[in-house]
Design a protein around this ligand. Structure first.
Ligand SMILES: [Zn+2]
Length: 98
């Protein structure tokens, strides 16, 4: 995952969110580039991922679903924290009372 600003030179200035067509903030480059806006990153993609693991676990029941959901949660936290440390620096402040 990378900030869109870092890759606009590769993809051009007119990149759009791959889900809704909005203004993207991040990109994942795999076989194709997937651009995502903040709204879709928070509201849409997690639902897609949740539906995908439910489908994947449909032959295994709730235990298979729970295992996949736990792995998904861990990977979301790992990705978010790695990006946050990179973008915000190594300092973690608790500003929840601000
Ligand atoms: Zn979007």
């Amino acid at each position: 995952m990378a900030r869109v600003e870092k890759v606009k030179g590769l993809f051009g200035e007119e990149v759009r969110c791959s889900v809704c067509g909005g203004d993207p903030i991040a990109v994942w480059v795999g076989k194709d580039a997937i651009f995502v806006c903040e709204r879709c990153a928070i509201e849409i993609l997690p639902r897609l991922l949740g539906e995908a693991i439910a489908i994947a676990a449909s032959d295994e029941g709730w235990l298979g679903f729970k295992r996949r959901l736990e792995r998904l949660e861990k990977n979301i936290y790992r990705g978010a924290l790695a990006a946050a440390i990179d973008l915000l620096g190594g300092e973690i402040r608790d500003d929840s009372d601000a």
